[in-house]
Design a protein around this ligand. Structure first.
Ligand SMILES: Nc1ncnc2c1ncn2[C@@H]1O[C@H](COP(=O)(O)OP(=O)(O)OP(=O)(O)O)[C@@H](O)[C@H]1O
Ligand SMILES: [Mg+2]
Length: 216
């Protein structure tokens, strides 16, 4: 079981006049096996923190420890490998690939992680059924509603059974009932797999279900 520990993280974003300090000496730790809610006002740096934890953004200073590995010290190639193999990431925007069907979104991620898509199809269909999309397997990204796209993105993040699940506002585009079901799914996966699940959210449904709450 792998813990995520952030030590004294500083991040500034933008260039010139737009240069903005976003994270100033943030330290935090997320235990595996449970859902941690990441809360704070809009613009407080939640998505930025997920990007740092997910090795998408190198902090200006500080350590990003996934187990014993400091992601902030890895070169670009190694960071990409960790992302592909150990991290499930759901972006606030969903970030699906245009032109691919729901099932193909998951199979593409499997293929990038070096797992032959041929053997993953049944598992991908199950993962989509788990987020309530068993009836939308062959719809392309542009044929899905906003909430359906978010659910495909969540299924894709969960699909490869990562050590670290980073999920950005999974319930922003769904109704309360769906929000409860998706939250429960994330918490159950974290418990079953013993992975870290850090979920940025404004949704009381998620906060109430979280074992821990991290405030920005
Ligand atoms: N490229 C950039 N250049 C300058 N500032 C940026 C850049 N990207 C983000 N920021 C600023 O960093 C701050 C944190 O943004 P972030 O997206 O992490 O917030 P958030 O907590 O996820 O907000 P929300 O709840 O609205 O999703 C914001 O004030 C934003 O304007
Ligand atoms: Mg955000």
């Amino acid at each position: 079981m792998t813990t995520l520990t952030l030590r004294d993280i500083t991040v500034s974003l933008g260039h010139g006049d737009a240069r903005t300090p976003v994270l100033r000496g943030l330290s935090a730790s997320c235990r595996p096996g449970m859902l941690t809610a990441l809360v704070g006002p809009s613009g407080s740096g939640k998505s930025t923190l997920l990007a740092v934890a997910g090795a998408l953004l190198r902090p200006d200073g500080g350590q990003v420890l996934l187990g014993d590995t400091d992601l902030a010290l890895l070169g670009d190639g190694e960071r990409a490998k960790v992302r592909r193999e150990r991290i499930g990431y759901m972006f606030q925007s969903g970030n699906l690939l245009g032109g691919l069907t729901a099932v193909e979104q998951l199979l593409a991620a499997a293929s990038v992680a070096g797992r032959p898509a041929r053997r993953q199809r049944a598992a991908a269909e199950t993962a989509l059924a788990e987020v309530g999309l068993g009836h939308r397997l062959k719809h392309r990204a542009d044929q899905l509603s906003g909430g359906e796209r978010q659910r495909v993105a969540l299924a894709r993040a969960l699909f490869l059974e990562p050590d670290l699940l980073l999920i950005d506002e999974p319930t922003a585009a769904v109704d309360r009932e769906q929000a409860g079901a998706l939250t429960e799914l994330i918490a159950r996966r974290a418990a079953e797999r013993g992975c870290v699940a850090l979920v940025a959210t404004h949704d009381p449904v998620v906060v109430d279900a979280a074992a821990e709450v991290m405030e920005m």
